[in-house]
Design a protein around this ligand. Structure first.
Ligand SMILES: NC(=O)c1ccc[n+]([C@@H]2O[C@H](COP(=O)([O-])OP(=O)(O)OC[C@H]3O[C@@H](n4cnc5c(N)ncnc54)[C@H](OP(=O)(O)O)[C@@H]3O)[C@@H](O)[C@H]2O)c1
Length: 285
C-alpha cells in the first residue's frame, strides 16, 4: 500500500520551483502544486516537452500561473542564468524541489570539469539551492526538497577524493548520497531561518527514468509505483504541517526513516560542502 499525502493545504499566493517537471515524478509534483493554486515554475531542459506538459497541467487544473523556464543541469552557467532570472523576476520562493536527475549517463566531463552525472544530480542542484537561498529566506517559512534514492545505501564510505571519478551505476549511488549529506548540512546551516530541507527516496517508480537501463519496462509497469504514487513523498514534504523538527532528515513513503549507514559522518558532510563550494566556483580552491 502506497501512502498518499493527506494535507489539504492551499498554495494560493505561494511559488514553487520543480526541476525536471516535464515528466515522471516532477510532473506529478508540479501538477499537484498547480491544483492547489500555486505559481509553479517548471524548470526544464527539454522546452518542447516542458511546454506540452504545462498545457496538460493548465488544462487539468485551470491554473494559468504555471510557467516554463529553461535549465540544463549539465552546465553551471545554465544554473546561474536560471537562478539570476528567478532572483531578478520573482518576488518570493516558497518551495524548491530538486527533482531532476538521471542515471547511466556516459563517462563524460562537462565544460566545468565535472563528471556529467555528478553535475546533473548533485553539483548543479547544490549550486542552484545556494543561489536561491536569499529568496527562500525572504519567503520563509519555506522548504527545499531533494529527491534522492535508496541507491545511496550502496555507498558505505563516501570517498571525497573520488567525487568526480566515473563509476558506472555506483556513480549514481554516489550522487544520491551526496544529496543526502547536502540536505543534512544545509539544514544545520539554515537553523533559525525558518527555511527547512528534507531528502527522500520516492520508491521504485515507473517513469522514463529507466530508459537507459536493462530493466524491462514490463517489470516496471507491473511492479513499480506509478509516477503519481512516486510523487507523494515530495508532495508530503512540501505540504505537511509540523515536520520542521525533522529538518535535514530523510523520508520514504511519507515517513521519516533512519539515516542510511553511509550518511552518518558529520565531518564528511561538512567537508563535502566545502569541496562542493570549490567545485561549483562559490569559493576559491
Ligand atoms: N524512478 C525511480 O524509480 C526513482 C527511484 C529513486 C529515485 N528517483 C529519482 O527521482 C527523480 C525523478 O526521476 P523520475 O523517475 O521522474 O525520472 P524521469 O521520468 O526520467 O524524469 C527525470 C527528469 O529530470 C530531467 N533531467 C534529467 N537530466 C537533466 C538535466 N541535465 N537538466 C535538466 N533536467 C534534467 C528530465 O528532463 P528530460 O526530459 O529533458 O530528460 C526529466 O524531466 C530523479 O532525481 C531520480 O534520481 C527515481
Amino acid at each position: 500500500m502506497v501512502n498518499f499525502c493527506k494535507s489539504k493545504k492551499c498554495l494560493l499566493g505561494k511559488t514553487a520551483i520543480v526541476t525536471g517537471a516535464n515528466t515522471g515524478i516532477g510532473y506529478e509534483t508540479a501538477l499537484e502544486f498547480a491544483k492547489r493554486g500555486c505559481r509553479v515554475i517548471m524548470a526544464c531542459r527539454n522546452q518542447e516537452k516542458a511546454h506540452a506538459a504545462r498545457e496538460k497541467i493548465v488544462q487539468a487544473t485551470g491554473n494559468e500561473n504555471v510557467v516554463v523556464k529553461s535549465i540544463n543541469l549539465d552546465t553551471l552557467s545554465s544554473v546561474r542564468a536560471f537562478a539570476k532570472d528567478i532572483n531578478e523576476n520573482e518576488d518570493r520562493l516558497d518551495l524548491l524541489v530538486n527533482n531532476a536527475g538521471a542515471a547511466y549517463l556516459p563517462d563524460q566531463t562537462t565544460e566545468d570539469g565535472l563528471q556529467l552525472e555528478m553535475a546533473c544530480n548533485y553539483f548543479s542542484p547544490f549550486l542552484l539551492t545556494v543561489l536561491l537561498l536569499d529568496l527562500l529566506k525572504k519567503s520563509a517559512p519555506s522548504r527545499i526538497i531533494n529527491v534522492s534514492s535508496t541507491a545511496a545505501l550502496f555507498i558505505r564510505n563516501l570517498n571525497l577524493e573520488e567525487l568526480n571519478k566515473y563509476a558506472g551505476w555506483m556513480l549514481y549511488c554516489r550522487t544520491k548520497l551526496c544529496q543526502i549529506y547536502f540536505t543534512q548540512e544545509l539544514a544545520r546551516r539554515l537553523e533559525g531561518t525558518e527555511v527547512t530541507t528534507y531528502s527522500l527516496h520516492p520508491g521504485a517508480v515507473n517513469t522514463e527514468f529507466l530508459r537507459s537501463s536493462t530493466l524491462g519496462s514490463w517489470v516496471a509497469s507491473k511492479m513499480f509505483k506509478t509516477a503519481e504514487e512516486g510523487a507523494q513523498t515530495s508532495i508530503y514534504l512540501a505540504l505537511e504541517d509540523g515536520i520542521e523538527e525533522h529538518n535535514g532528515e530523510h523520508f520514504e513513503d511519507c515517513k521519516r526513516v533512519k539515516p542510511y549507514c553511509g550518511a552518518r559522518d558529520e565531518e564528511k558532510r561538512k567537508k563535502l560542502w566545502e569541496i562542493s563550494e570549490e567545485m561549483v566556483g562559490l569559493r576559491q580552491k
